[in-house]
Design a protein around this ligand. Sequence first.
Ligand SMILES: Nc1ncnc2c1ncn2[C@@H]1O[C@H](COP(=O)(O)OP(=O)(O)OP(=O)(O)O)[C@@H](O)[C@H]1O
Ligand SMILES: [Mg+2]
Length: 274
Amino acid sequence: MTDSPAGPDPAAPDPAGRDPANPDPAGAGAVAIEGLRKSFGANLVLDGIDLSVASHEVICLIGASGSGKSTLLRCINLLESIDAGRILLWGQDITQPGIDQNRVRRSVGIVFQAFNLFPHMTVLRNVTLAPVKALGASRREAEDEARALLDRFGLLEKQADYPDRLSGGQQQRVAIVRALAMRPRLMLLDEVTSALDPELVAEVLDVIRELAGSGMTMLIATHEMSFARDIANRVCFLSGGRIVEQGPPAELFTSPRDERTQRFLRRITDAGRL
Ligand SMILES: Nc1ncnc2c1ncn2[C@@H]1O[C@H](COP(=O)(O)OP(=O)(O)OP(=O)(O)O)[C@@H](O)[C@H]1O
Ligand SMILES: [Mg+2]
C-alpha cells in the first residue's frame, strides 16, 4: 500500500521510532520481546518470554490450550499490562511509561477468533470507521482504500452488505481487511479460523498466505498445524509460560528436540491433525 493522505501524518513522530528517511533498515528487528512475564492473580501465564521477530517474518505460536498464546499476542498489542520484561517494536520500547498506547495499537493489527464486526454497519462502513476516526482520513479516501482492499481479497461485491448476510469465512476476511485498513506494520492473528466451519477455513488461510507473500510481518497463534507448517518461517512452541522450542517448521514438526514438544505433537498426530 502506498502512503496517501489517508495514512498517518508523515510529519508526526513514528510510534515505532523509525527514522522516516530509512523506515525499515535491512535486518531491522520488527519485534523484540525480552524477559516478558505476566500473571493473572496467582496464575503465572508467561514466565520469561524472549522472542525476536524480523521484518517480514511469519511466526506461528503453537501450544496446548492455556499455554499463553493469546496472552502473548494481547501483550504485544498492549491489551494486557505486563509484570516484567519489555517489548520493542522496531526498536522502540512500547512498554515504557508514557508511551502513547493508542498510537502503538494503531500500528499493530489484531484479529481474533470472533470477528467482532459491527452488525449495524455495512462491510464498507466497518472497514472505513477506524481510518476515518483514528487516522483522520476523509471518508472518500478511506472508502477508496477500503474498496481496493476488499477487491484484493475478493470481497468488493459485499461492500454494501451487513455482516449477517456474509458467511463466517467472509466475515473473518472482512475483519482482516478492517485491520489492514489501518495500515499496520505488524499483524497479530489469534486463532482466526477456529470459529469457522471446516469448508470455510481455506479461504481465510488463503488471505493470510497472500498477506505473508506481500511481506507483512505476522505473529499467528494457531491450532492448524498443517497451516503453520506451510506458512511459517518459524514455529514457536509454548509450554509452561515459556517458548520451550522454536525453529523452522520442517525441523520442529519432523524432529522436535524437547520432550514436551514431542508429547504435544504426538497428541496432535494421534488426533489426526498433523
Ligand atoms: N483475562 C484473564 N483473566 C484471568 N486469567 C486469564 C485471562 N486471560 C487468560 N487467562 C489465563 O491465562 C492462561 C493462558 O490463556 P491464553 O488464553 O493466553 O491461552 P491460549 O494458549 O491462547 O489458549 P487457547 O489455545 O485455548 O486459545 C489460561 O490459564 C487462562 O485461563
Ligand atoms: Mg488463545
